[in-house]
Ligand binder design. Structure first.
Ligand code: NAP
Length: 257
């Protein structure tokens, strides 16, 4: 498990859930991993401890996204913590996983501008400018991996604005792939289906009937795990995926095939 040895990765929102799974997997592959968080410094430190205990390298840094000046703070914090792992003059970065998103449930008729603006600020604007401001840090041959969602093909009316942000993420992936191809940087989206995480614990994890119904939506008859997504991200982060760019990789366990 050393296919990312010598590489540096950052995973936004990796203090918990899918992001945590991705951070742990990329570290197990050998990458130095920046574990980004917003409100959970303790959980982020725990992720770093878990990675280090397994023989990996990681550091935690915090920056709330979706606010004014968010991406400036993100890179300032990243640079400060990354510098402590300075291997010579090399403080660059190879892999960025844009994982943070907020999913507010809104039917179209009652959707509010404040929820809409919040979701676009966190889910679309933040990754867009994280990459723009990170361009001089990302090495040639690098990887951008955006976490999208299966909702872009399910027409779920209760998450119309959230679904629209994920459509924007996929379009960003498509166009950015063309922009960065000259530098051999690939850009892809991964679209999870229903995953057991903190964000849907209230309606899924603790409700046996909802769990059964959700599991039945996958062709495999189960709810997904963070590891199901992390393994796909690991492939896209590796050299094995060098000929794949501008794509949305469905990782939904065959949801509603
Ligand atoms: P989650 O359980 O809510 O975890 C969110 C992570 O993002 C946490 O580490 C959190 O950090 C961080 N975060 C949240 N808001 C932030 C903000 N404004 N600024 C900075 N960090 C913030 O999320 P998840 O369910 O794992 O989802 C991860 C990704 O997968 C999202 O893009 C989501 O759309 C996508 N997805 C999830 C599912 C699913 O079933 N769960 C399905 C399809 C797609 P703190 O704890 O420090 O606040």
């Amino acid at each position: 498990m050393d296919r990312l040895t010598g590489k540096t990765a950052v995973v936004t929102g990796s203090s918990r859930s899918i992001g945590r799974g991705i951070a742990e997997r990329l570290a197990a592959d050998g990458a130095l991993v920046g574990v980004h968080y917003s409100n959970s410094p303790r959980e982020a430190a725990e992720v770093v401890d878990t990675i280090v205990a397994a023989g990996g390298r990681a550091f935690a840094f915090g920056a709330e996204l979706g606010t004014d000046g968010d991406t400036d703070r993100f890179w300032t914090e990243f640079d400060g913590h990354r510098a402590k792992f300075d291997d010579g003059d090399d403080t660059g970065l190879d892999i960025i996983v844009n994982n943070v998103a907020v999913a507010l449930r809104d039917e179209f008729e009652v959707a509010t501008r404040s929820d809409f603006d919040r979701m676009f600020a966190v889910n679309v604007r933040a990754p867009f400018f994280i990459i723009q401001q990170g361009l001089d840090r990302i090495r040639d041959g690098g990887r951008v991996i955006n976490i999208s969602s299966v909702v872009t093909r399910l027409a779920l009316t209760e998450v119309i604005a959230y679904g629209t942000t994920k459509g924007a993420v996929d379009t960003f992936t498509l166009i950015l792939a063309k922009v960065l191809a000259a530098r051999n940087i690939t850009v892809n989206s991964v679209a999870p289906g229903y995953i057991d995480t903190d964000s849907n614990a209230d309606w899924l994890r603790f409700d046996a009937e909802a769990w059964r119904e959700t599991a039945a939506k996958s062709a495999f008859g189960r709810v997904g795990t963070a590891r199901d997504i992390a393994d796909v991200v690991s492939f896209l982060a590796s050299d094995d995926s060098r000929w794949v760019t501008g794509q949305v990789i469905d990782a939904s366990g065959g949801t509603r095939l």
